[in-house]
Design a protein around this ligand. Structure first.
Ligand code: FAD
Ligand code: EGU
Length: 492
């Protein structure tokens, strides 16, 4: 890992502060003699990526992260082991030159594999050939992003720094450390990337006209590992495996070590009903029988009780900024339920959107922050709503037959009317169409489809009537004589 070139047309490697000095004499007449200081709170996926974006612009960047450096840690605690990376996330990585590296460490998933209760497997492609999503390892992605960020000379990483409080007027932050000490740091801009339970957001909540809502869904999730069989993947690796069972659902994504991480989704009260190993087996026998030999009876009985079901929350808020001092991004701004595979992708896209506005408005925080809120809130709210909608939909009536039918219908309509009907998941997963626009278009398409069905049905009735009138059937053939009717009824 070398040092970074900070955007400069002739491409020398310079430190952030040097760049600022040069550019201020050349382009910016006043101010910016020293680069502005940006503090990024949270060194998770979005924080680490954002650190690259701000460093690339030449700011004096510091990252503050509660945990120890995960690159040194023996065990990495945290949510979900692997994630689906799609177009939006990839584009965001591309802007900081990280796309190829991360893609090369991911496993392409070209289709879903739907497992029915009987054990039948049916693939449904995500799109045309060459369209796929990637299964990436969360811990590895986080490490790569931290290493990338750290290679900028104008970057400082502070691990073991937990934000306790901060002052929206002055930008002064207070951190605590494991040894009990405190650290106080001031910054020109504070970027809250500290996840769904954001400490930065607490100051937002105390303010007037800040909108906030959070919803915990009744489902929890549990991760189970499916080991390799004879050194090979236990199931086909280039698929996102899905077991849709209405109330219960399981999903499995492949890992580089040839394991699968299975994520079981079910209501908390169902989790609690299962208290013994035998009950686990009974439950799996009924709903996910084909996975029992693959996960293994002993592993299943043991791993089910290792951790309780974990909660999922959906959070929406607005605005995302306070004055010119602070902005929220990633889960801190919008936690979404995982039923569209978009949480991280949306958080990564936040970084692109902010960066584009920084470019348009010459890095003037007092203009950039409100514009970011104006532009981004409708889209983040749209994906939060979509993910929640899909959760409700899947839970209500999605078994494997229905899932197959819906996806085939979507793909079929798209095939015949490629420019009119684009499936929602395609717009969400494979394009950068703004989320709220994708929803608008989806509603419009639904109207067209329904109208099509209505016309179709009306046409069938009218056409049928016409044919009947033109060729009236022999009425005598339609009337069944009484004795024949009796005979039929008696034979039942
Ligand atoms: P986080 O990853 O939560 O990082 C926040 C960081 O801030 C952490 O490192 C934390 O230690 C630190 N921090 C917290 N508080 C403080 C503090 N006070 N001071 C300093 N640091 C602090 N998304 C997808 O795109 N695709 C998927 O397939 C997908 N699958 C998912 C499956 C499940 C089961 C779940 C739960 C989520 C899934 N997601 C998925 C969503 C994804 O995990 C999140 O959207 C993503 O992790 C958000 O990143 P973030 O950096 O905003 O927050
Ligand atoms: C859930 C948990 C299939 C990883 C939504 C599809 C997810 C992922 C789907 C998790 C589903 C559901 C889509 C992708 C993806 C599908 C999608 C969900 C990855 C509508 C690690 N979802 N997920 N939709 O279309 O667009 O395949 O934990 F079962 S990837 Cl719930 Cl594309």
């Amino acid at each position: 890992m070398g040092t970074h070139q900070i955007e400069r047309p002739w491409g020398e490697t310079v430190s952030g502060s040097e760049r600022q000095r040069t550019s201020s004499t050349m382009e910016e007449p006043i101010g910016r003699l020293t680069p502005k200081k940006v503090a990024i709170v949270g060194g998770g996926l979005v924080g680490a990526l954002n650190a690259c974006y701000f460093a690339k612009r030449g700011f004096d960047v510091e990252v503050f992260e509660t945990r120890e450096d995960i690159r040194q840690a023996k065990v990495v605690k945290g949510r979900s082991i692997n994630l689906a990376l799609s177009h939006r996330g990839r584009q965001a990585l591309k802007h900081v030159g990280m796309e190829d590296k991360i893609v090369s460490q991911g496993i392409p998933m070209h289709a879903r594999m739907i497992h029915s209760t009987s054990g039948k497997q049916s693939p449904i492609p995500y799109g045309k050939k060459g369209q796929f999503i990637l299964s990436v390892d969360r811990a590895n992605l986080n490490k790569e992003l931290l290493t990338e960020a750290e290679a900028y000379p104008n970057m400082k990483m502070n691990f073991d720094h937990k934000l306790k409080d901060w002052n929206p007027e002055t930008g002064l932050m207070t951190f605590t450390r494991l040894d009990g000490s405190r650290d106080q740091i001031q910054a020109d801009l504070i970027v809250g990337c500290d996840g769904a339970f954001s400490a930065i957001r607490k100051q937002f909540l105390r303010r007037s006209r800040f909108n906030y809502s959070q919803t915990y869904i009744p489902h929890g999730y549990m991760e189970l590992t499916m080991p390799p069989v004879n050194g090979e993947f236990a199931m086909k690796p280039d698929y996102l495996h899905i077991w849709p069972r209405n109330t219960f659902m399981m999903i499995a994504l492949p890992n580089l070590d040839k394991t699968f991480t299975c994520t079981l989704f079910m209501p908390f009260d169902e989790f609690e009903k299962i208290t013994t190993g035998d009950e686990v087996m009974e439950f799996f026998q009924e709903y996910f029988a084909d996975t029992i030999p693959l996960i293994g009876v002993d592993a299943l009985k043991r791993d089910y009780f290792r951790l309780p079901g974990l909660a999922m929350v959906s959070i929406k808020c607005s605005p995302y900024h306070i004055g010119d001092k602070c902005v929220l991004m990633g889960d801190a701004a919008h936690a979404v339920v995982p039923f569209y595979g978009q949480g991280m992708n949306a958080g990564f896209e936040d970084c692109i959107v902010f960066d584009e506005i920084m470019e348009q408005l010459n890095e003037d925080f007092s203009a950039v922050l409100p514009e970011y809120t104006r532009v981004r809130v409708p889209d983040d709210h749209a994906i939060a709503d979509l993910a929640m909608y899909n959760y409700i939909e899947m839970r209500a009536h999605v078994n494997s037959k229905w899932f197959l039918f819906r996806k085939h219908l979507d793909n079929f309509l798209h095939f015949f009317l490629p420019n009119t009907i684009v499936p929602l998941y395609t717009m969400v997963t494979f394009t950068r169409e703004r989320y709220h626009k994708a929803v608008d278009r989806w509603k419009w398409q639904d109207k067209v489809i329904n109208r099509g069905l209505l016309f179709g049905a009306t046409g069938a009735v009218l056409g049928g009537s016409y044919l009947l009138i033109k060729n009236p059937p022999d009425i005598n053939k339609l009337i069944i004589p009484t004795e024949k009717m009796w005979a039929r009824l008696m034979s039942l």
